[in-house]
Design a protein around this ligand. Structure first.
Ligand SMILES: Cc1cc2nc3c(=O)[nH]c(=O)nc-3n(C[C@H](O)[C@H](O)[C@H](O)COP(=O)(O)OP(=O)(O)OC[C@H]3O[C@@H](n4cnc5c(N)ncnc54)[C@H](O)[C@@H]3O)c2cc1C
Length: 491
C-alpha cells in the first residue's frame, strides 16, 4: 500500500469528524490512537467483547458510525505516537521541524512494534487531560482525576471505590458525579471552588447560554440526579489535604474567600476512600510543541494551546490541528473543528479546489462561531483558579511524582539560584519533569509554583522543552529512527 495522504493522531470527536471528511473527498488516511477503540475521551468505550453498560450518546454513535464506515481509512488502535520527526532527518529530527518542507515522519509504537509513517499531511487531534493539582496527599492511592474515575466506569463498568468525594471547579465534575450515582456509587459531597455568585450570568451570558443549551441541559440533568440522590453540592469549597495510610481514608475541605484562599477555622474532615479531582483540563500539545508548532498561553482553555490559522493550520507547514489541542471547548466544537481542519488539509493536498473548499467551509465556520461564543463564556466562568490552587502546596508536597521532587526542593533551587526563572531551568536543576511522564503530570503545578515564587506570569515561566519521545517507548523504538533498514512502514 502507498503512504497515506494524511495521518490523524487521535480518534476523539475531532479526529473522527476529520476522518469522515477526509475520506469523503478521496484522501487516504491512517488514524493512530492509544485507546483500544476509537471514541476519544467522551465516547470512550469498553474493549471489544465487553458488554457495554450504555452506548455512547446519539451524536457520538452517529459520528463513530460515519468515521468507521469511511472507506480508505486504516485504524491503528492501541498505538502511541511518540514523535513527529523531520522527514529522513535521523535523530536530528527529534527537535522537530522538517528539513523537507511540509513532510514529517510520524513515529508510532503499538502491538506490531515501531512504525514510521510518512504522510503528505499530519492532523493532530490529541485532545486534553485532567489538570493535575498538587496539594498535601494528592499522590495517595485513592486520589484520582475525575476523568480517571470516569474511565473506570465507561471502559470497564467498574467503580474504583465505595465512598466518593468529588472536588474541583469544572462543570464536568457534576456530570461525573451524576454518572457515579447512576452507576450505584455513594457520593458524599461535590465540592466546587467557584462561589455560586460567580456563576450568575449577565445579558452576554444569556445569549451564550442559548447557543450552548445542549450542554446546559446536561449540567441541569446532572444536578437533578444529584439532588434526587441527596448529594450535597457545595460552592466556594476547596480540598486542602488528603490523608490515610497506606490508602486514602479522609479529605479535609475548607470554605474559601472571594479569591479562592481557604478561610481559617472552616476545615471539615470527611471520611472517604476515593477522591476525584476535576479543576479543569490541560490541552495535549506535547506532540505539536515537539514538532515545533507555535503555542499561546490561554489559561481558561487549558494552558498552552496550538496557534493556528483559519483552516486550523499550525505554524509548521504540513501540520494541522483540531479539537482540544486548540483550546478545551467540548466535543461539539472539537467535531466542527475536525471537519474544518480536514477541508483545509484537502485544499492543501489539492484534493479540493479553493472555491469548493470555501463553499464547504462556510456553514462549518458559521457553526464554529456559534460554538465559540458559548464556550468562551463558559471557559471564562470556570477557569481554573491557578493562583489559589498553588497556595495549597506545602514544603513537603510532591510536585513531580516520577522524580519525587517536592515543593521545598523547587523553592530551595530558586533560592540557591536566584537567576532561575523559567520552568525549563528549574527542570534542569531539580530533575522535575525528567521522568517517564515527561512532565505531563508535574508541568502545570511546577510552572505555577515558579510563577508564584518569582512573581512572573505563566507565559514568562514557559513550559518544559518538548522532546521525542513524548510518551514512554522501548529503546528499540528510538533505535529504529536512525536505522536506514529500519521498519519504515508505508501507509
Ligand atoms: C478524561 C476526560 C473525560 C471527559 N469526559 C467528558 C464527558 O463525559 N462529557 C463531555 O462532554 N466531555 C468530556 N470530556 C471533554 C471531552 O473530552 C472533549 O470535549 C472531547 O472529547 C474532545 O475531543 P477531541 O477529539 O479534541 O479529544 P479527545 O476526545 O480527548 O481525543 C483525543 C484522542 O487522542 C488520543 N491521543 C492523545 N495523544 C496521543 C498520542 N500521543 N498517541 C496516540 N493517541 C493519542 C487519545 O487517546 C484520545 O483518544 C472529557 C475530557 C477528558 C480529558
Amino acid at each position: 500500500m502507498s503512504a497515506p495522504d494524511v495521518v490523524v493522531v487521535g480518534a476523539g470527536p475531532a479526529g473522527l469528524a476529520a476522518v469522515a471528511t477526509l475520506g469523503r473527498y478521496g484522501a487516504t488516511v491512517t488514524v493512530v490512537d492509544e485507546q483500544e477503540r476509537p471514541g476519544g475521551q467522551i465516547y470512550r468505550r469498553p474493549p471489544a467483547g465487553f458488554e457495554p453498560l450504555a452506548g455512547p450518546p446519539a451524536a457520538g454513535a452517529a459520528l463513530l458510525a460515519e468515521a468507521t464506515g469511511t472507506p480508505g481509512v486504516r485504524w491503528r488502535n492501541d498505538t502511541t505516537v511518540w514523535g513527529v520527526l523531520g522527514a529522513r532527518a535521523g535523530l536530528d529530527g527529534f527537535v522537530g521541524g522538517s528539513p523537507t518542507p511540509g513532510r514529517h515522519r510520524v513515529a508510532t509504537y503499538g502491538p506490531t512494534g515501531v512504525e514510521l509513517l510518512e504522510p503528505r499531511a499530519v492532523l493532530l487531534t490529541a485532545g486534553a487531560y485532567d489538570l493535575p493539582v498538587p496539594f498535601p496527599g494528592w499522590t495517595l492511592p485513592g486520589v484520582l482525576t475525575a476523568g480517571g474515575v470516569q474511565a473506570f466506569v465507561k471502559a470497564q463498568g467498574l467503580l474504583p471505590g465505595n465512598r466518593f468525594v468529588l472536588a474541583g471547579g469544572h462543570p464536568l465534575l457534576l456530570v461525573v458525579a451524576a454518572q457515579l450515582v447512576r452507576a450505584g456509587a455513594r457520593v458524599v459531597e461535590v465540592a466546587l471552588l467557584p462561589h455560586r455568585r460567580d456563576l450568575v450570568v449577565g445579558p452576554a451570558g444569556l445569549a451564550a447560554a442559548v447557543a450552548g443549551r445542549g450542554k446546559l441541559a446536561e449540567g441541569l440533568a446532572a444536578l437533578r440526579v444529584l439532588r434526587r440522590a441527596r448529594v450535597p453540592v457545595r460552592f466556594g469549597t476547596v480540598v486542602r489535604r488528603a490523608d490515610g495510610d497506606p490508602d486514602l481514608a479522609s479529605v479535609t475541605l475548607a470554605a474559601v474567600d472571594r479569591t479562592g484562599r481557604p478561610l481559617p477555622g472552616t476545615d471539615r474532615e470527611l471520611p472517604c476512600d476515593t477522591l476525584a479531582l476535576g479543576y479543569g483540563f490541560v490541552a495535549s500539545v506535547e506532540l505539536a510543541r515537539q514538532a515545533g508548532c507555535a503555542v499561546d498561553w490561554d489559561s481558561p482553555a487549558g494552558g498552552w494551546v496550538v496557534r493556528h490559522d483559519g483552516w486550523l493550520r499550525t505554524s509548521v507547514r504540513g501540520i494541522a490541528v483540531a479539537g482540544e489541542v486548540t483550546g478545551v471547548a467540548g466535543a461539539e466544537q472539537a467535531a466542527v473543528e475536525g471537519r474544518l481542519a480536514a477541508l483545509g488539509v484537502l485544499l492543501d493536498l489539492g484534493l479540493l479546489d479553493a472555491g469548493r473548499a470555501d463553499a464547504l467551509a462556510r456553514p462549518v465556520r458559521r457553526e464554529l462561531r456559534r460554538q465559540r461564543r458559548f464556550v468562551r463564556h463558559l471557559l471564562d466562568r470556570f477557569a481554573p483558579n491557578r493562583a489559589a490552587l498553588a497556595g495549597l502546596v506545602t514544603e513537603d508536597t510532591v510536585i513531580c511524582r516520577c522524580e519525587e521532587v517536592r515543593a521545598g526542593d523547587v523553592r530551595q533551587a530558586l533560592r540557591d539560584h536566584p537567576h532561575l526563572h523559567t520552568a525549563n531551568a528549574v527542570k534542569l536543576v531539580t530533575r522535575a519533569g525528567m521522568g517517564p511522564c515527561q512532565g505531563r503530570s508535574c508541568q502545570p503545578g511546577l510552572c505555577q509554583l515558579v510563577a508564584e515564587e518569582t512573581g512572573r506570569t505563566p507565559e514568562q515561566v514557559g513550559a518544559f522543552t518538548a522532546q521525542a519521545p513524548v510518551k514512554p517507548v522501548p529503546l528499540r523504538a528510538l533505535a529504529a529512527v536512525d536505522d536506514p533498514s529500519g521498519p519504515v512502514a508505508e501507509g
